[in-house]
Design a protein around this ligand. Structure first.
Ligand SMILES: [Zn+2]
Length: 221
């Protein structure tokens, strides 16, 4: 696997280094190709394994910042309002996402599960959104934020750990099962959480590796 091209491509670099930065490796079979500009809607495909190398994503890049802001708002709503309200034999109870994590943590045997739920539904998704915001907000003004390389690598490492869609699926299955023994009222957070899953899916369809290429095109000086 070739390393990501370095971001300082806008600066003066030796010719050999500049040529190397136009190379792209297939993430499936490690075949290396010369990167060329694509027309709108096109995608480059690996000749050896058929995997997608990269897409023309100028439009996606410009839509990314509003998507990240939308995702952050939905994330806030999802954590402030209750996910579910439940009536069982006259006892009314409700819980938020954070409340569910705390309830799990209070059970000694479920502490590890609580940590996993916290990491995969709160910590990593929030960290990725904040890091994307940190990169995209200055880039929208044609500026390169400090520590660009580290933050972008961190996004790529964090991404596989965000699993809010798995959590949502678990919540929905649980609610359907509980509905036979208790009155279940889906809370505001459940709807915002569902919307967040859709927004995140669109956001995650953008390959963060493409940002290296856009940095090269921006007039950063
Ligand atoms: Zn391949």
């Amino acid at each position: 696997m070739m390393p990501d091209p370095a971001p300082e491509v806008a600066r003066d670099v030796p010719a050999a280094d500049a040529g190397r930065r136009h190379l792209i490796a297939c993430i499936c079979c490690d075949a290396v190709y010369q990167r060329t500009d694509l027309a709108e809607g096109e995608r480059a495909q690996c000749l050896r394994c058929g995997g997608t190398l990269y897409r023309e994503s100028t439009r996606a890049y410009h839509r990314l910042l509003p998507l990240v802001v939308t995702a952050l708002i939905l994330f806030l709503v999802s954590n402030v309002f209750p996910i579910v309200e439940m009536d069982l034999k006259g006892i009314h109870t409700q819980t938020t996402l954070w409340g569910a994590v705390q309830a799990l943590y209070a059970d000694r045997n479920m502490a590890l599960v609580a940590l996993l739920v916290f990491a995969t539904t709160i910590l990593f998704p929030l960290a990725e959104m904040l890091m994307m915001l940190y990169l995209l907000a200055p880039m929208a003004r044609h500026r390169l934020p400090a520590g660009f390389e580290h933050v972008l690598r961190c996004i790529q490492r964090t991404r596989p750990w965000g699993m809010i869609e798995v959590y949502l699926l678990g919540v929905v299955v649980t609610l359907v099962k509980l509905s036979t023994v208790a009155d279940i009222v889906p809370g505001a957070a459940l709807w915002s959480f569902s919307a967040l899953v859709v927004v995140m899916a669109v956001m995650l369809s953008f390959d963060p590796r493409d940002l290296w290429q856009y940095v090269k095109k921006e007039p950063l000086q």
